[in-house]
Design a protein around this ligand. Sequence first.
Ligand code: IPE
Ligand code: IPE
Ligand code: MG
Length: 246
Amino acid sequence: MGYKEQIDINRLPVHIAIIMDGNGRWAKNQGKFRVFGHESGVLSVKDIVEGCVDIGIKYLTVYAFSAENWNRPIDEVNALMELLISTINNEAETLNKNNVRLNAIGDLKSLPQKCIDDLANVMEITSKNTKCTLTLALSYSAKWEIIEAAKKLITQVQSQEINLEDINEEVFAAQLTTHHIPDPELMIRTSGEHRVSNFLLWQIAYTELYFTETLWPDFRREDLFEAIVDFQKRERRFGKISEQLN
Ligand code: IPE
Ligand code: IPE
Ligand code: MG
């Protein structure tokens, strides 16, 4: 039996987040340039989005470019930005066909203007789609996001829009870039690295983490389904004991 058949569709994670890692090593393993790995990684994104649509995952968030990734060699950064621009434009039609809405989080204003404009355009033309929301984390840093949220709240307290005493988890989360998205139940990282690399720190407080050795360009929907089957075997206790569940 394949992994897809083992999935209980009544207990699907609503939101899956993925740290897509290993493109560079995948290319290097074949004696190719790193950018070839990034290009191949786009095919994985396409397959995973379609896999999510196929089984009914409502939210998929992928870490495409971190704030720290600006520190890579300039040629690689430029190639990634160009790949981003060509991919969002090439995929707009398929996103619409699959009823997928495109969204983006991160310090978007630091992206090249063409990227900002094309992203806004594709987000607009897919904004009515309802099957799945695909969020690209671009120039994203969770610490940056949390600081931005804190600044917004401080400003609101100073202008007496809200009282300091009224700030709670819900009020804080409403200031994050993910305010309209539920926290992910499952986070996947490919390529054998066991770290979070400044991704969604607030939102993953109770997320199930899944690590695989598979490099991102080799990751396909069957690997996603395997991760979901693994997720569904876990007992999520949220601080309680087993006997209190059910
Ligand atoms: C992930 O693959 C893609 C981005 C971070 C943009 P990497 O480029 O980090 O690949 P490795 O980790 O060097 O193999
Ligand atoms: C994390 O991968 C960022 C993305 C997948 C976009 P990195 O490859 O940049 O992370 P580190 O540097 O190995 O932690
Ligand atoms: Mg990496």
